[in-house]
Design a protein around this ligand. Structure first.
Ligand code: BTN
Length: 283
């Protein structure tokens, strides 16, 4: 092999190198604040738990915690989040927003919009939002978001926004085969994690600035609703006070999902303990 061929091979290998490090992530960051302070860990219990620890230690707004592997990855509703090493993205952004506690749930929507946009820009995949916490690609879940507030329910001290992206995972447990996917499975080729993390931060910072101007979704409404996977589709709202069906019509300025019932009345669904399912399954 000639020297030039060897150099080309080394460059190609470097291009395909999907390892993560603090240095690599920092070198790719295009932001002013988000992810500029960065904590990279090869293994952690949960990046959300670490984010909370950092928040309590007075870490700044915009700190990003990234881990290659989580030992106790947390999902919504007390579920666990599968977090093996070397394939997926597990990250948590620490925010110190000067907003009302009742507006914190909208940060999940801002995060979802940012991650969907980042996936589209980085991979060309048609990422869509399943209100409020998930991102789907070709109607299967590829991203979960878990936003937590500290302290709970009182004045907002800090918020941790945890994002899990199935990037290069190939297999899923039997029970998720129908509803889960990864970017690799949808694209048919590996996706590099570090540039995607940097793009997520870039998009998140941009949308967060727009959101913060009014503390509502008003200026992001059209863009959000365009990416809403079940817009104008039948949904079932699993409200603990009583399940009902209708047609999802998009979100309003407060981030609530508008669901039109058969009798023509419009319900506003608040992202709390309520789940929304497609009438034929997950989407
Ligand atoms: C869901 O249930 O859909 C939300 C999953 C959120 C998973 C991410 S991975 C990074 C961060 N750390 C955690 O422990 N959970 C979130």
């Amino acid at each position: 092999m000639t020297v030039i061929e060897k150099k080309k091979e080394a460059a190609a290998e470097k291009l395909q190198d999907d390892s993560l490090s603090e240095e690599k992530l920092k070198s790719l960051m295009q932001t002013k604040v988000f992810g500029r302070k960065l904590l990279y860990l090869e293994a952690v219990d949960s990046t959300n738990t670490e984010g909370r620890r950092q928040g309590l230690l007075s870490a700044p707004h915009g700190l990003l915690v990234v881990a290659d592997k989580q030992e106790k990855g947390k999902g919504r509703r007390g579920r666990s989040w599968e977090s093996d090493a070397g394939k997926n993205i597990f990250m948590t952004l620490l925010l110190r927003p000067a907003i009302q506690p009742e507006h914190v749930s909208m940060l999940t929507l801002v995060a979802a919009l940012a991650v969907a946009r980042a996936i589209r820009e980085e991979t060309g995949l048609p990422a869509m939002i399943k209100w409020p916490n998930d991102i789907v690609v070709n109607r299967k879940k590829a991203v979960g978001i878990l936003t937590e507030m500290n302290p709970e329910k009182q004045a907002v001290g800090f918020v941790i926004c945890g994002i899990g992206i199935n990037v290069n995972q190939i297999g899923f447990p039997e029970e998720f085969l129908e509803s889960a996917t990864s970017l690799y499975l949808e694209k048919g080729e590996r996706v590099l994690r570090a540039p995607l993390i940097a793009k997520c931060m870039e998009c998140f910072e941009k949308y967060y600035a727009v959101f913060s101007r009014k503390e509502t979704m008003s200026e992001l409404l059209d863009e959000y609703n365009e990416l809403l996977v079940n817009r104008d589709a039948g949904v079932r709202v699993l409200d603990p006070k009583g399940e009902y069906g209708g047609t999802a019509r998009g979100i309003n300025n407060e981030g609530e999902l508008l669901v039109e019932k058969e009798d023509g009345t419009m319900e506003k669904v608040y992202a709390g303990e309520v789940s929304v399912r497609g009438i034929y399954g997950y989407v």
